[in-house]
Design a binder for this molecule. Structure first.
Ligand code: NDP
Length: 474
C-alpha cells in the first residue's frame, strides 16, 4: 500500500540495526527511510482501514448493501450519532469459539499434516520447496501443503452440510459481524507480535529493516520472513490461510444462506462461487510458485500483511457473495454466459502469463513460449553479501505485449466477479476499484524496485516492452 519506491533497489547502505550496530547491506524491498507522504498514508490506513471494512459490512447488515444508507440516515435525522454505538453487533463467545477452532484447525493442517497431494497429483509441486533469495542472500525452505489443507477443509464442510449436521452451513454468514471483531483481534495481535519479535528474537537479523518510525515499521513490517521454529512461516501461513481457505468457505456459506432465505440459489451466486473458486484453487495449486511473488519475496511482515490477510481479504474480497444474500440477482442466460466468459478469459490470461514467466525462469530460458524459443534481456544485480547474480527478463509471449499482463488478466477476473451482481448498487464494484488501485500501485512499486535492482538492464527491458497493462494504452 505504501511502499516507498524512491528507496527501493539494491544499494550499499550503512544502517543501525535494533542494537545500534552498523550493518552493511545491498538492498531491495521496502524503504529504509520514511517520507511525509508515506507516513501520512500509513497513519491514515491504520486508523481508517478497519472502519472502511466495517462500514461495508454494516451497510449490508443494516441497509441492504446501500453504501449511502448510513449517511442518508444521519443526514435525514433518522439516525443519531449516539445510536451508532447501540447498533453495533458485539463480539460474542460463539464467534470467539468458531474463530478459535477455525484458526487452530488451519494451524494444525499447516504444521502437523505433511503434504501428500504432490505424491499422487501429477504436475502439482507440494512438500518442501525453496523460496526466492532474500536481500541478505538467504534461501528459505517451506512446507507447501495449502492445497491439501483446502481439500480437507472443504471435504469436511460438505460432509457436515450433507451428512453430519454438526453446525449450520450458514454459520459464517450468521456470525459475520461478531467474527469481524475476532479477525481484527487476530490481525492486530499477530502484527504486534511480529513487531516485538523483530526487536527481541528476529528469525534473521540481516533481513530486518528498522526505519526508526514506529508507525511505518508496524505497518510495513520489520522482519522479512518471521518464523517460529523451523517451519511456522508467518507470511506463508497468513497469506494463504486462514484468509484464502476461508474465501471459498465464506462464499459457500452465503450460498447456503440464499437457499435458506429464498429457497433457491441464484445463478449469480453459483457464478461467484465458481469463478472465485477457480481463483482460490489456482492459488493453492500454485502455492510453491507464490513463494516467488512480491508478497513473499519482497514485502516484510507487518500490519499490512498480518491484518490485511486476517480482515481485509476475507471481508472485502467476498463482498459480492454477501451482496447477493441481501440482493439476490438472477442473471439472464446471455448475461450469465457473458460474465462466465469474461471470468474465464481473465483467468486464462492471468494463468498463462504467470505460467510463461515461471516456465521461463525455471528452465533458465530453455523452453518454448507460443511455440518459439523465447527472447529475453540478460540482466544482473548484487545481493547484500556483495555477490553478483545474473537473471533474465522475458520479452516473448504475453510478456512481450505488456510488462504486467498477468495483472490485466487479474483485473478481468475481478470485473467479472462484480458483474455477477448487476448494476443496482455500487458496493459490489468496490472490488474492481480496489484491485485496479492495488495492481497499478503494485506495477509502479515493482518497477521502481526492479529498476533499482537491475539498473540500466531494466531500462533496456522497458524500451523493448513499453507498456505496463494494456498495449498501446498504459
Ligand atoms: P509478478 O508475478 O509479475 O512478479 C513480479 C516480479 O517478476 C518482478 O519483481 C521481477 O522479479 C520478475 N519479473 C518482472 N518482469 C519479468 C519478466 N519480463 N521476465 C521474468 N521475470 C520478470 O507480480 P506479483 O508477485 O505482484 O503477482 C503475482 C500474481 O499474483 C499476479 O498474477 C497478480 O495478479 C496476483 N496478485 C493478486 C493479488 C490479489 O489480491 N488477488 C494481489 C497481488 C498479486 P525478479 O526480481 O525475480 O526479477
Amino acid at each position: 500500500m505504501t511502499d516507498d519506491p524512491k528507496s527501493s533497489g539494491p544499494r550499499k547502505s550503512h544502517k543501525n540495526n535494533s542494537d545500534g550496530e552498523k550493518t552493511d547491506q545491498g538492498q531491495w524491498g521496502r524503504a529504509w527511510e520514511v517520507d511525509c507522504f508515506s507516513l501520512a498514508s500509513v497513519i491514515f490506513l491504520l486508523q481508517f482501514a478497519p472502519l472502511i471494512v466495517y462500514y461495508f459490512v454494516m451497510s449490508c447488515d443494516q441497509h441492504q448493501c446501500a453504501l449511502t444508507g448510513p449517511v442518508t440516515e444521519l443526514y435525514t435525522g433518522t439516525l443519531h450519532l449516539s445510536d451508532i454505538w447501540n447498533r453495533i453487533q458485539p463480539l460474542t463467545w460463539r464467534a470467539v469459539n468458531i474463530y478459535t477452532v477455525w484458526v487452530a484447525w488451519q494451524v494444525f493442517l499447516y504444521m502437523a499434516v505433511p503434504d501428500l497431494c504432490h505424491k499422487f497429483l501429477p504436475g502439482y509441486a507440494g512438500g518442501i520447496q525453496e523460496g526466492a533469495r532474500t536481500p541478505a542472500g538467504v534461501i528459505n525452505q517451506y512446507e507447501i501443503n495449502g492445497l491439501q489443507a483446502w481439500i480437507i477443509t472443504h471435504l469436511l464442510w460438505f460432509a457436515n452440510a450433507y451428512y453430519f449436521h454438526w453446525f449450520s452451513p450458514t454459520i459464517v454468514f450468521d456470525n459475520w459481524i461478531p467474527l469481524f471483531w475476532c479477525a481484527n483481534i487476530l490481525g492486530y495481535a499477530v502484527s504486534t507480535f511480529a513487531m516485538i519479535k523483530a526487536y527481541i528474537f528476529p528469525t534473521d537479523a540481516r533481513d530486518c529493516k528498522f526505519t526508526g518510525n514506529f508507525f511505518y515499521d508496524f505497518m510495513m513490517g520489520i522482519e522479512f520472513n518471521p518464523r517460529i521454529g523451523k517451519w511456522f512461516d508467518f507470511k506463508l501461513f497468513f497469506n494463504g490461510r486462514p484468509g484464502i481457505v476461508a474465501w471459498t468457505i465464506i462464499n459457500l456459506s452465503y450460498a447456503a444462506k440464499q437457499q435458506e432465505l429464498y429457497g433457491q440459489v441464484t445463478n449469480s451466486m453459483i457464478l461467484i462461487n465458481v469463478l472465485q473458486g477457480i481463483y482460490v484453487l489456482d492459488f493453492f495449486w500454485n502455492e510453491a510458485w507464490y513463494l516467488k511473488t512480491i508478497d513473499i519475496c519482497h514485502d516484510h511482515f507487518g500490519w499490512y500483511l498480518g491484518w490485511g490477510d486476517c480482515v481485509w481479504l476475507p471481508y472485502l474480497y467476498t463482498l459480492q457473495g454477501l451482496y447477493l444474500v441481501y440482493n439476490p440477482v438472477q442473471l439472464s442466460p446471455a448475461n450469465a454466459v457473458g460474465v462466465l466468459f469474461l471470468g474465464l478469459l481473465g483467468y486464462y490470461i492471468f494463468r498463462m502469463t504467470n505460467h510463461q514467466k515461471d516456465l521461463f525462469r525455471r528452465t533458465n530460458g530453455h523452453c518454448k513460449i507460443w511455440g518459439r524459443k523465447p527472447e529475453y534481456i540478460e540482466c544482473s544485480y548484487t545481493s547484500a553479501d556483495g555477490q553478483r547474480h545474473y537473471s533474465k527478463l522475458l520479452i516473448s509471449g504475453f510478456w512481450g505485449l505488456a510488462r504486467h499482463f498477468n495483472y490485466t488478466g487479474d483485473l478481468l477476473c475481478s470485473l467479472s466477479y462484480c458483474l455477477t451482481c448487476g448494476f443496482e448498487h455500487i458496493l459490489p464494484y468496490f472490488y474492481i476499484t480496489y484491485m485496479s488501485i492495488l495492481l497499478i500501485h503494485r506495477c509502479v512499486r515493482d518497477e521502481h524496485r526492479c529498476s533499482g535492482k537491475y539498473g540500466k538492464d531494466w531500462k533496456r527491458y522497458t524500451t523493448a516492452v513499453p507498456y505496463r497493462l494494456l498495449p498501446g494504452v498504459f
